[in-house]
Design a protein around this ligand. Structure first.
Ligand code: HPA
Length: 271
C-alpha cells in the first residue's frame, strides 16, 4: 500500500471520518508496530494515524514518535498534516482558536529525539523552518477560502508532561515568546524533517494556560473543547488535501541531503 499524504490526529481526533475505502493497517517498523488507517479522498491515498493510538491509550511522553514517523515513511508518505490540542499563552488566543504554528521551544526531557544514532551517522538537521512553510501557506489559503478563522504563525512550547504546567512555568513561557503550550509536537516535527517530509500542525486551543484563569485545568475540559471544534479542523484539512499535489517546491525533501537512515530499513504491513 502506498500513500502520499497523512493526517496525524492528536487528542480528540481519533477517527478517519471522510476517508473512503478505509483499510485498517498494522505497520511493522524497526522501532515497533504502529496502527493506522489507509483510505482515499478524492482519489488521493491518505493515511490516518491517531498519535496516541486508537482509544487514546498512550500518554504524550510515552508515544513512540520514531515508529509513527517511520511507519508513514514506509508507506511512502511525503506530506503530513497534524492536529494538536494546546493551552493558550496569549489572551487573544481564546479557547476554540486555531493556530498554524511556525516554530517551537523544546522543553521535553526524556524522549528519543533523532533517527541519527547507533551507527546511522551524525546529522544536525536544520530547524529554521521546522513546520513546512509551503504546507502552512496552503492551510492558511484554504482557511481563507472556506471562511475558517486561523492565526497564521505562532510558537509551540513543548513540555514533557504528562502533568500540566505550573503557573510560574506559564509566565516563563509567555516571557520567552511562546504562543501555545502542548506536549507532543517535539520530537514529532523534528523526526518528520529528518525523514525529509513536509509537516505542518494546526493547533486547537482548548484552554488558557495554568494560572491564567481562576479554575484548575482538567483533561476533560480539553476533550470537551476539542469535541466542539474538531469539525472545523477536519474541514480545513480535507480542503487543503484536495488542493495539494505530490509536487514539493519546498526544501523539506532534501532536509538531510538524502542521508535518510530510513532507506533500506526493513518493515512490513499487515491488514
Ligand atoms: N498544557 C499542555 N498541554 C495541553 C494543554 C495545556 O494547557 N492543553 C491541551 N494540551
Amino acid at each position: 500500500m502506498h500513500a502520499d499524504f497523512a493526517i496525524i490526529g492528536g487528542t480528540g481526533v481519533y477517527d478517519p471520518k471522510l476517508l473512503d475505502d478505509t483499510t485498517p493497517t498494522t505497520i511493522e517498523t524497526a522501532f515497533g508496530e504502529v496502527q493506522a488507517t489507509v483510505g482515499t479522498y478524492q482519489g488521493k491515498h491518505i493515511v490516518f494515524m491517531p498519535r496516541h493510538g486508537f482509544g487514546h491509550s498512550t500518554p504524550p511522553h510515552k508515544i513512540n514518535y520514531r515508529a509513527n514517523i517511520l511507519a508513514l515513511k514506509q508507506l511512502g508518505v511525503t506530506q503530513v498534516l497534524a492536529t494538536a490540542a494546546v493551552g493558550s499563552l496569549r489572551r487573544e488566543l481564546r479557547p476554540g482558536s486555531l493556530v498554524i504554528v511556525d516554530s517551537f521551544l523544546d522543553f521535553t526531557k526524556n524522549r528519543p529525539v533523532t533517527f541519527f544514532e547507533d551507527n546511522a551517522g551524525v546529522v544536525h538537521v536544520d530547524m529554521s523552518d521546522p513546520y513546512c512553510h509551503r504546507l502552512r501557506q496552503s492551510l492558511a489559503s484554504s482557511a481563507e477560502q472556506i471562511g475558517i478563522s486561523v492565526h497564521h504563525g505562532g510558537t509551540y512550547v513543548c513540555t514533557e508532561g504528562p502533568r500540566f504546567e505550573s503557573s510560574a512555568e506559564i509566565r516563563m513561557f509567555q516571557a520567552m515568546g511562546g504562543s501555545v503550550v502542548g506536549m507532543t509536537s517535539v520530537p514529532e516535527v523534528v523526526l518528520a524533517k529528518e525523514a525529509e517530509m513536509c509537516y505542518a500542525t494546526v493547533c486547537m486551543v482548548t484552554n488558557f494556560g495554568a494560572g491564567m484563569t481562576s479554575s484548575a485545568l482538567t483533561h476533560e475540559e480539553v476533550l470537551e473543547e476539542m469535541d466542539k471544534n474538531v469539525s472545523r479542523i477536519r474541514e480545513l484539512f480535507f480542503h487543503t488535501l484536495s488542493h495539494l499535489t505530490s509536487e514539493r517546491s519546498c526544501r523539506c525533501k532534501e532536509a538531510v541531503g538524502g542521508q535518510s537512515p530510513l532507506v533500506g530499513v526493513q518493515g512490513g504491513e499487515r491488514h
